[in-house]
Design a protein around this ligand. Structure first.
Ligand code: ARG
Length: 466
């Protein structure tokens, strides 16, 4: 045999050294080692039960794989490009450790179903991890929302001051975004948790294998239906990347809020010194770099989504080596999402809200104009007429450079004679916020209800978390 490869039988000479380097993936796919070993152990046990391996052979393989696992964990394992990828590195080491029996492990299997299995186990593990992390972030946000439930701030549309809202309400809007992400991750998990093992290269195998047995041992809910699809399908990664990109976009929006609030123009919050960095030239600067980086890192996650979509587009069935390129963007997305969520979990509790500044900003800009219009509607004025009368009142107040609530009653009555003394209750921002008292509204009572519901939901989820 002229080639030193595990697959080298039909080759007349050695692989070109630069080809070896170009095709090798061990440097990054070694992250799948844990899943690869667990998958191989399940496969070996199944082969034994089906009479392909003896019990002795099975035990040798299983204990060899355990030993390899320890070597990898303790970083004494020697990885080599000569063995191309994680699968071949482990198999080669197994044979080195236990001799020819190691060569039997790959019976009734191909790297095509092997890598698909490893990836599914890996994505499943990190879905659970990410859900736990978002869950943690949600609790941080809920606690913050409870703390700031009576803090009033301007709610914005078009980035213009629109209506006063409870700061707790704003924070709970973040929670809603993240909660949908959790639901999408759990839903995605169902399609990830399907066993492709036994599909072999593309057509299945002539050995009488028991696919149910390996699926059960690996905790897969279902078996894939079609061996050709099983080895070529990467939908589960595309779906995971989509959900992750959505989450990253949400994180970027949260961070954009924080970045605006921390700016001198807004001055709504102070981010802890320990989460900011300085400028190398301007001594006075304190920059919210963590927030900006989370916002920025969403770009790579969306980029990773694009990478997997383009990778899969137009690929013929079944397995193509292109698929080796599915891994780095996947690992990067997991790592990025994980660190961004972790940063927010650490940073948010230390944020100080400048409540008085926020309150003043909520008064500025005629934010209770809608309340005045609603007040007039309650006095039997049609909404369009009310809208117009209030518009004139606002123009007048703006001309005088005062707030609506500073206009004398007589002046207000000049715009509509239905206005009475009680108008000042609704022109006040606390009254305005309190009046939006229906499910989903910004009244503190409703925000508290949102908080309670969210806590109950999280509590229920934690009970079912894997
Ligand atoms: N390293 C390969 C990958 O990541 C494993 C599968 C290789 N299969 C093959 N037939 N060459 O996709």
């Amino acid at each position: 045999m002229k080639s030193n490869k595990l697959w080298g039988g039909r080759f007349g000479n050695q692989t070109n050294a630069s080809v070896e380097l170009f095709t090798s993936s061990q440097l990054f796919d070694r992250l799948l080692a844990e899943q690869d070993i667990v998958g191989s152990i399940a496969h070996a046990r199944m082969l034994c039960k089906c009479g392909v391996l003896s019990e002795n052979e099975r035990d040798m393989i299983v204990s060899g794989l355990h030993k390899i696992n320890k070597e990898i964990e303790s970083e004494s394992f020697v990885w080599s490009d000569r063995h191309e990828d994680v699968h071949m590195n482990i198999e080669a080491r197994l044979t080195e450790l236990i001799g020819d029996t190691g060569k039997k492990l790959h019976t009734a299997r191909s790297r095509n179903d092997q890598v698909a299995t490893d990836l599914r186990l890996y994505v499943r593990k990190y879905i659970d991890h990410i859900i736990r992390n978002i869950d943690r972030l949600e609790s941080v946000i809920i606690d913050l929302a409870e703390r700031e439930i009576h803090t009033i701030m301007p709610g914005l549309t078009h980035l213009q001051t629109a209506q006063p809202i409870s700061c707790g309400h704003h924070l709970m809007a973040w929670l809603e975004m993240l909660e949908r992400d959790v639901q999408r991750f759990s839903d995605c998990r169902k399609r990830v948790n399907v066993s492709p093992l036994g599909s072999a290269a593309l057509a299945g195998t002539s050995f009488a294998i028991d696919r149910r047995m390996t699926a059960d041992e690996l905790g897969f809910e279902e078996l894939s239906n079609n061996s050709l699809d099983s080895v070529s399908d990467r939908d589960f990664i595309m779906e995971f990347q989509s959900v992750a990109a959505l989450t990253a976009v949400h994180l970027s929006r949260i961070c954009e809020d924080l970045s605006l609030w921390a700016s001198q123009r807004f001055d709504f919050i102070q981010i802890g010194d320990d989460f900011c960095t300085g400028s190398s030239i301007m001594p006075q600067k304190k920059n919210p770099d963590v927030v900006e980086l989370i916002r920025g890192k969403s770009a790579r996650v969306v980029g990773n989504l694009t990478a997997i979509f383009v990778l899969m587009k137009g690929q013929a069935l079944g397995y193509n080596r292109d698929n080796q390129e599915d891994k780095e963007p996947l690992f990067d997305t997991i790592e990025t999402i994980d660190s961004c969520i972790d940063m927010l979990c650490q940073m948010l509790p230390g944020i100080i809200f400048n409540r008085e500044k926020m309150r003043l900003a909520a008064i500025d800009g005629y934010t209770t104009a809608t309340d005045l219009a609603d007040y007039l509607v309650n006095k039997e004025i049609p909404f369009r007429d009310a809208h117009s009368a209030v518009g004139q009142a606002v123009a007048h107040a703006a001309h005088q450079n005062v707030e609506l609530s500073n206009l004398p009653l007589k002046t207000l009555q000049g715009f509509c004679d239905k206005i009475e003394e009680d108008v000042f209750d609704i022109l006040d921002i606390e009254g305005s916020v309190k009046s939006r008292n229906h499910f989903g509204g910004t009244a503190p009572e409703q925000v508290l209800l949102q908080i309670q519901n969210a806590r109950n939901q999280i509590e229920a989820r934690r009970k079912n978390m894997p």
